[in-house]
Write a protein that binds this ligand. Structure first.
Ligand code: OTU
Length: 666
């Protein structure tokens, strides 16, 4: 049945019926192995049965994916068996509290689309020093209204520069400066108790150069050398290089790093100390599956698939967004569905919008960052117009069932202008020139710009650049405070709240980058730390200023305290209002045409509830005829859920500079 074959032609048939037959047969062959494993761990029958039900539903799909990825290998069935037994072990070892979560989520796969879900992201060390101190902040997260917490990578890392934790030397131990695995488990439990789910990164494109596997490779161990992409001469790297992009061109030109000890070129897409894993080797797939399950068992609810676009490589391609990458994600998803079914994947693919959506699906990544919305919100602020934003939303926002966007304004990374050139061209906008303008605007060079951004990874040849900076600094607060300009401060705060008001109301999960709630500014001191100085993204990763929180309940009216208080209170209020509005749950969202290019208007609908969002992206008041909102179906009178003011469709609707309204039927 299995024909001997080569890499380009898997041993198994592509004919669906025959493949199905092969899948059934292989499962039959593996069943005694599975039974023997269950017996060895004395797993009770009910649990075996639950696993089996899920296995039966996804096996054919999983089998096909693995055949397509690895079916050409002589040892395919050995790997298939070990992958299945890895999943079985994960289910057998799954803590009962997590199995309970699994069962709830199987019955409610849309749980993350509730309007009650609101996310936040932070660095443990910068926010609260360590994990045990972070537990003391659970009350703070609740006060703000968070129900989803993304902790930036907190695992053991190489000394010195570790790319903010993204160069992991051991996925099973926490960075000793932050705590232990037990602290992490304890935190996950406490968060769950508090109704907050835990999000951690699955950094699976690369390991640190001091990970055990990398060290073994350096010591000459052939088995582990095959975990990475190593080349003795420039010949092959040069051939790949011909079609590769450079992601961190100021770190090193090209995608390969020479290793003196091994006398080999190592594939390093990001920093030179981040070694790309070789997923064409099924041993890597299985090894990382084990690491994934280990993370899941600590109580992680959502795994952020870091740098997912890069995990599969093929000569002559960009080695980004390849079919192989999609198959790997899908195979991991199916295995998680069998063994840790409550676990949700979040895609981190900051790539062209057509490619971003391809990672999203209930059998791939259920949720995904929305880099296009993020970039276009900033674009709208710079141009004061919402044309490109609306163009993009009109045909790009709708997602498949049981999936959702993660909508954010800032994160720990840079801003890249990832809109579609054709969307821009359709509006008469030249994409190249427009990106130049946006870069000039957000680095504060463009005349009249309010922004204080910093360039990141300027490409020496193409001049291409991305933007670093905090929400507040990019929205004008830094400049305004420096100039002690009250009007400019007011405008900056309004811009921030306008953007927050949009991400809290479009369909999906809103995700704050903590610090935003206080309007924290750029921190230029990162250059003093040699491990950070070379990476300008640190400018927007400031240390939490707890004195802001202390000033929350004091009532002095001088200095910056009242301003910080206002920013915090306003955001906190928007979040709590969001949670009361069932129209903001689910996926339904439609643009409303109001014939004013400075305005964004859309309607949200969910089980009979409706809400219209209107936002003014200009520094001037804007007006449009109220009856334009009738298509939104609100009736003749409606109320702004934020200010509680009523309006009538028979009158003009007046929006103050940067004003946002959430309009509901009265
Ligand atoms: C991710 O981002 C992380 O978010 C970064 O913090 C890491 O440095 C990096 O991976 C390596 O682990 O290049 O500038 O096109 O934009 O995956 C950020 C996708 C990054 C990349 C994205 C990557």
């Amino acid at each position: 049945m299995i024909r001997l074959n080569n890499k380009h032609n898997s041993g198994m048939s592509q004919d669906p019926a025959e493949l199905r037959f092969e899948a059934d047969l292989s499962l039959q062959r593996l069943t005694p192995r599975l039974e023997a494993y269950w017996d060895s761990v004395q797993l009770e029958n009910a649990l075996r049965h639950e696993f089996q039900l899920r296995l039966d539903t996804v096996w054919a799909e999983l089998f096909q994916l693995l055949v397509e990825l690895y079916g050409w290998r002589y040892d395919f069935f050995y790997h298939l068996e070990s992958i299945l037994l890895t999943a079985a072990a994960a289910w057998a070892e799954r803590p009962e509290t997590l199995r309970a979560v699994d069962r709830k989520r199987i019955n409610n796969p849309d749980w993350f689309l509730s309007q009650k879900v609101v996310g936040g992201a932070l660095y443990v060390d910068l926010f609260s020093e360590n994990l045990s101190k972070l537990r003391e902040s659970i009350g703070y997260f609740q006060q703000l209204g968070l129900t989803y917490l993304h902790l930036m990578p907190l695992f053991a890392v190489r000394p010195g520069d570790s790319d903010g934790g993204y160069a992991i030397s051991n996925y099973r131990s926490v960075d000793p400066r932050l705590g232990t695995i037990d602290d992490l488990r304890q935190l996950a439990d406490d968060l769950r108790e508090a109704g907050i789910c835990l999000v951690l990164d699955f950094v699976f494109n690369h390991t640190s150069d001091d990970h055990y596997w990398a060290k073994q490779a350096q010591a000459g161990n052939r088995e582990y050398q095959q975990f990475y992409y190593l080349f003795p001469s420039r010949e092959i790297p040069d051939q790949y290089e011909a079609t590769l992009r450079e992601i961190f061109p100021t770190v090193r030109r090209g995608n390969f790093t020479w290793h003196d000890g091994m006398q080999e070129w190592v594939w390093t897409t990001f920093n030179s100390f981040q070694w790309d894993l070789n997923y064409s080797n099924p041993a890597v797939f299985r090894a990382m599956l084990e690491e994934m399950f280990f993370l899941a068992q600590t109580g992680v609810d959502i795994l952020r698939l870091d740098a997912v676009a890069f995990i599969w490589k093929e000569m002559g391609t960009s080695c980004e967004n390849l079919e192989g990458a999609h198959k790997l994600v899908q195979a991991y998803n199916r295995l998680a569905h069998i063994a840790t079914p409550g676990l949700v994947f979040k895609s981190e693919a900051i790539v062209h919008p057509d490619e971003v959506v391809r990672y999203i699906g209930s059998n791939k990544c259920q949720i995904s960052y929305n880099p296009t919305l993020m970039a276009l919100l900033w674009e709208s602020l710079a141009t004061t117009e919402t044309r490109l934003l609306r163009k993009s939303l009109s045909h790009r926002h709708q997602l498949p069932e049981h999936t959702g966007w993660v909508n954010y304004l800032r994160c720990h990374d840079d801003i890249g202008w990832t809109f579609d050139d054709a969307d821009a061209a359709a509006l008469g906008i030249n994409a190249f020139d427009h990106r130049q303008f946006l870069n000039s605007f957000y680095t504060g060079q463009y005349p009249g710009s309010f922004a204080r951004g910093v360039p990141f990874q300027e490409h020496p040849d193409t001049g291409d650049v991305r933007i670093a900076g905090t929400l507040a600094s990019l929205a004008g607060l830094e400049q305004a405070i420096e100039n002690n300009d009250k009007v400019a401060i007011e405008m900056a705060v309004r811009r921030m709240l306008l953007l927050q008001g949009i991400t809290l109301a479009v369909s999906g999960i809103p995700l704050l980058y903590l610090g935003e709630e206080w309007g924290m500014l750029n921190d230029y001191d990162f250059v003093k730390d040699p491990a950070k100085a070379g990476d300008t993204r640190w400018v927007h990763r400031p240390k939490m200023q707890w004195e802001f929180l202390e000033s929350l309940n004091e009532d002095f009216e001088e200095g910056v305290a009242p301003l910080r208080r206002r920013i915090f209170r306003s955001l906190q209020q928007l979040i709590s209002i969001r949670k009361t509005l069932p129209a903001l749950a689910g996926q339904d969202m439609e643009l409303v045409e109001v014939r004013n290019d400075h305005v964004l208007c859309f309607v949200r609908e969910n089980s009979g509830n409706r809400l219209i969002v209107v936002g003014n992206f200009s520094s001037q008041p804007q007006t449009f005829a109220g009856n334009r909102l009738r298509t939104g179906g609100l009736g003749r009178f409606f109320e702004d859920a934020i200010t509680k003011k009523t309006h009538a469709t028979s009158e003009d609707l007046m929006l103050a500079p940067y004003e946002i309204m959430w309009l509901c039927r009265v």
